[in-house]
Design a protein around this ligand. Structure first.
Ligand SMILES: O=c1ccn([C@@H]2O[C@H](COP(=O)(O)O)[C@@H](O)[C@H]2O)c(=O)[nH]1
Length: 236
């Protein structure tokens, strides 16, 4: 495979403005990673920043985790498709009607439609956090339930922890894409992430894509950090 098609790495550009994001993108190789634009950067810098990253050769995952009434969420994913992003997401807890509306709205984009995935249980959450919002099953069990709902709505995959990947690959099949944040090289700080795994272990567990932010973006040498992770995972 050529280009970023060969790399499972998605670098999370969590920055407050476009200057540091573009400066970092300028150091990274689009053949070795895709980029993720999330709520902080999109709120400050918007579609113009996404277009600049695309012009530099990067495929963009627009991580805005839409969660709204079906018509509003469907309009939002269609706007993301107009922007030409590679992947866009919603919250699975938005439910069947919302996810189905989003999938159906993207049909008009034909082969140009982005991958549509759904967030299950945030990787920063523990079972204690779930219990605080009234969910009394394990994180793994709740992720499984939401993944089943997501697949039944015809979406392409889910955001989950790599810890849940082995179970999901058995339950949902190998074509159902698993996008896993909470990736931490052995030496990296955990920060606010809870359900974590190293890059190599995550791929072996069944992750299709590894979302990695601070271990690369906050490294003294981000390019070296990306190269080290790339060397760890490519060829596994
Ligand atoms: O469950 C989720 C869903 C999304 N994220 C996002 O991924 C990155 C992770 O960044 P790190 O710096 O590597 O922790 C970040 O943009 C989150 O918004 C997630 O972590 N967990």
């Amino acid at each position: 495979m050529q280009g970023s098609q060969a790399s499972p790495i998605i670098v999370a550009l969590d920055f407050p403005s476009d200057q540091p994001a573009l400066a970092l993108a300028g150091q990274l190789n689009p053949e070795k990673c895709r980029l993720k634009v999330g709520k902080e950067l999109f709120t400050s810098s918007g579609p113009a920043l996404v277009r600049k990253l695309q012009q530099r050769g990067f495929e963009v995952f627009l991580d805005l985790k839409f969660h709204d009434i079906p018509n509003t969420a469907a309009g939002a994913v269609a706007a993301a498709a107009d922007l030409g992003v590679w992947m866009v997401n919603v919250h699975a807890s938005g439910g069947e009607k919302m996810m189905t509306a989003c999938r159906e709205r993207l049909e008009r984009f034909g082969t140009d439609k982005p991958l549509l995935i759904a967030v299950t249980v945030l990787t920063s959450m523990t079972e204690h956090d779930l219990s605080g919002i009234g969910i009394s099953v394990s994180a793994e069990e709740h992720v499984s339930r939401l993944a089943t709902l997501t697949k039944n709505c015809g979406l392409d995959g889910v955001v989950c922890s790599a810890q849940e990947a082995p179970k999901l690959k058995v339950e949902q099949g190998t074509a159902f894409q698993l996008i896993t944040p909470g990736i931490r090289p052995a030496s990296a700080d955990k920060g606010d992430q809870q359900r974590i795994m190293t890059p190599a272990a995550a791929l072996k567990a069944g992750s299709d894509y590894l979302v990695i932010g601070r271990p690369i973006t906050q490294a003294a040498d981000p390019l070296a950090a990306l190269e080290a992770i790339y060397a760890e995972v490519v060829g596994l």
